[in-house]
Design a protein around this ligand. Structure first.
Ligand code: MRU
Length: 356
């Protein structure tokens, strides 16, 4: 079923890596002007990188935070387990309090924490080794999950022009991307004719990041202003829309980058299939409806400025970073365990029931 390996689909390196007490990330705030890998050597540096979006995108945030705990474990000077765990919980809290919406952050941190707690009776060296190993496993599994989603997605998306919003590409994950994997497999198969990339104000993840990474891999694309999307659909130039997700809940509602909901409504009006792509680590079955998802509000400066320039007078700003798309607008959810079709509440429950 898996025709391609990651290295056949992208020339990009992994966005997040860990080696001997240091987390390496591509500094996404510098793109597209500069491709720069930075080294993070303390938990505080990792937390700051997540908060300031040097690393962003739900799965990338999760893996980076898990590596933050690995970094703590490998560099901790604690002599006793009590001291080690006290520092570990502090690191966990620091990393947890960075961004509220993407559930992958909490999923990854809890996975490492639970493993460490299960092994509390083991030696300190063994606990440290297990923490580092688990963080690395989370990152490696993310790449495999993306590869599977890429293949599943390419099977169900129609041949033609695809529109995407924000960046759910390789940069937003450990490697390949969620949407990114689907687009890359489609491109390889020759079924992706043109990619429409929304610029995605206020932070411009579409213009700065998606346009950069997809053109780097030779995918034919056109960048559009966010407010051009409706017209492009009306002109019959969009055959499908795919977006990522920061949190999908039990009934299929999902949070994603602000502007996603607007596209979903437009897709319905124009009869265009609308998919989200996300690994199981993005699905939060503990929440019943999208209304329960905490939505991050970010600094007014992101709206008042564009590309570093002031573009508005000193007025009040409302800057929600995400919106919630009701499940009724979704054609399907492409996961690493296959495509979930409506009715989402029943089929998501079934999927989780089969796995856990
Ligand atoms: O604020 P960001 O840039 O972290 O938001 C990212 C998104 O909304 C992505 O679409 C989502 O995290 C999925 S990434 C595979």
């Amino acid at each position: 079923m898996l025709k391609y390996r990651p290295e056949e689909l992208t020339k990009l390196p992994r966005s997040v890596e860990y080696k001997a007490g240091t987390v390496y990330i591509i500094d996404q705030t510098k793109l597209p002007a500069e491709f720069k890998i930075i080294a993070l050597r303390t938990v505080e540096e990792v937390a700051e990188a997540i908060k300031t979006m040097k690393v962003r995108g739900a799965p990338a945030i999760g893996a980076t935070a898990a590596f933050g705990l690995a970094l703590y474990a490998e560099t901790s000077k604690a002599k006793t387990k009590e001291d080690f765990f006290a520092g570990f919980y502090k690191a966990y809290e620091t990393l947890k309090n960075t961004r509220p919406t993407a559930v992958n952050l909490f999923w990854a941190l809890n996975r490492v924490k639970e493993l460490a707690e299960e092994h509390r009776e083991d030696s300190l060296d063994e606990i440290k080794r297990l923490i580092v190993e688990e963080a690395q496993r989370i990152a490696d599994e993310d790449v495999e999950a993306n590869l599977r989603m890429g293949h599943y997605g390419a099977e169900v998306l129609p041949e033609g022009n695809v529109l995407t919003h924000c960046n759910a590409g390789s940069l937003a994950t450990v490697h390949l991307g969620t949407v990114g994997a689907v687009l890359r497999v489609m491109h390889k198969e020759g079924t992706l004719k043109l990619l429409w990339v929304d610029e995605t104000r206020p932070v411009l993840q579409g213009a700065r990041l998606s346009a950069w990474e997809y053109s780097y891999d030779g995918i034919p694309l056109k960048l559009i202003a966010d407010n051009a999307a409706a017209f492009v659909m009306q002109q019959g130039k969009v055959d499908a829309i795919i977006v990522g997700a920061d949190r999908i809940v039990a009934n299929g509602d999902f949070a994603n980058k602000i502007g996603t909901y607007m596209l979903a409504v437009l897709a319905r009006e124009h009869g265009i299939p609308f998919f989200t792509v996300a690994p199981l680590s993005t699905i939060d079955m503990s929440l019943k409806s999208g209304k329960d998802i905490p939505i991050e509000e970010r600094s007014p400066e992101e709206v008042l400025r564009c590309g570093g320039c002031r573009v508005a007078p000193d007025v009040d700003v409302y800057n929600p970073a995400f919106d919630v798309t009701p499940h009724k607008y979704l054609t399907g959810i492409i996961t690493d365990r296959g495509v979930v079709w409506p009715p989402f509440k029943r089929n998501l429950k079934k999927l989780f029931g089969e796995i856990y």
